[in-house]
Design a protein around this ligand. Structure first.
Ligand code: KIV
Length: 289
């Protein structure tokens, strides 16, 4: 990705340029500073502070309960942990549907308080004027079509979307509308791979796939899925790049064992006060980690 000389982070125009350059865009979710820093070091282009935090961080059954305050807190954590990636804040359910003014006010909070460089909204249709207004106000917007989890109560399941020819045509129109409204990219979640490839050919802005095949201009996953930390179930589109859950269980179980056996902490993992009057060692002691 070509580097900006004035802005240290990846920008929306750079993400858009990737499509013309034929360079795949890589996004990943993050919800805290430590993981965000590791993911940035690993080379992702953007981090999405997804409202999937509602599932993996907060333990809710859906993303619906996530609030603006909770999402702002998480976004701030991810922003503080990074310096190069673009941070995209996911607008939670209820934060952008009520009115354009309220949506704009909430999106502004993500940039001012959360340190994000862009926001993501689920859906199209009635949102188009809101998206247009945000972009005109200086807020890059990432769209999200297909399986939009905030619609769970209407959809009734997290199944594959746009499975009929008519639904496919409707989704293509929505993608065109999002592009016309000013979105710089569109997440395509859980739609047939052939449809996602068609959308990617039709719109000029990049498509970012999740469960939508290899024809998208980029890919995104939930970090807990990629790392195998969330292992209660594995959707077909997830690949575990490590057995995170197993590693965590094993490490914690070993520590529990060591504490109970009295082998943790060792002497080398403990402190002693320096002898009185020994200024040198007192100084060293203060510095001891
Ligand atoms: O909330 C989220 O993590 C998302 C991604 C799955 C795209 O919206």
């Amino acid at each position: 990705m070509s580097k900006s000389t004035v802005f240290p982070r990846v920008t929306a125009p750079q993400i858009v340029a990737c499509k013309a350059e034929g360079r795949k865009i890589v996004g990943l979710t993050a919800y805290d500073a430590v993981f965000a820093a590791l993911e940035e070091e690993a080379g992702v282009d953007f981090l999405l502070v997804g409202d999937s935090a509602g599932n993996v961080v907060a333990g809710h059954a859906t993303t619906i309960p996530m609030t603006m305050d909770a999402m702002i807190f998480l976004t701030r954590c991810v922003s503080r942990g990074t310096s190069r990636v673009m941070v995209v804040a996911d607008m939670p359910f209820g934060s952008f549907q009520i009115s354009t003014e309220e949506a704009l006010r909430n999106a502004v909070r993500f940039l001012k308080e959360g340190g994000a460089q862009a926001v993501k909204v689920e859906g199209a249709g009635f949102l188009l004027p809101t998206i247009h207004r945000m972009v005109e106000s200086g807020i890059p917007v990432m769209g999200h079509l297909g399986l939009t989890p905030q619609m769970i109560n209407v959809f009734g399941s997290y199944g594959l979307q746009a499975t009929t020819a008519q639904e496919g045509e409707e989704l293509i129109q929505q993608a065109r509308d999002l592009e016309a409204a000013g979105c710089f990219a569109i997440v395509l979640e859980k739609i047939p791979a052939s449809l996602a490839a068609r959308v990617s050919e039709i719109v000029q802005i990049p498509t970012i796939g999740i469960g939508s095949g290899a024809g998208c201009d980029g890919q995104i996953l939930v970090n807990y899925d990629l790392l195998g930390i969330f292992d209660k179930f594995k959707p077909r589109f997830v690949r575990h790049y490590m057995k995170g859950a197993e590693l965590v269980r094993e490490a914690v179980a070993t520590w529990v064992h060591d504490v109970r056996e009295g082998t943790f902490p060792a002497e080398s993992e403990s402190y002693e006060a320096a002898p009185a009057g020994d200024k040198k060692s007192v100084k060293r002691g203060r510095k001891a980690q």
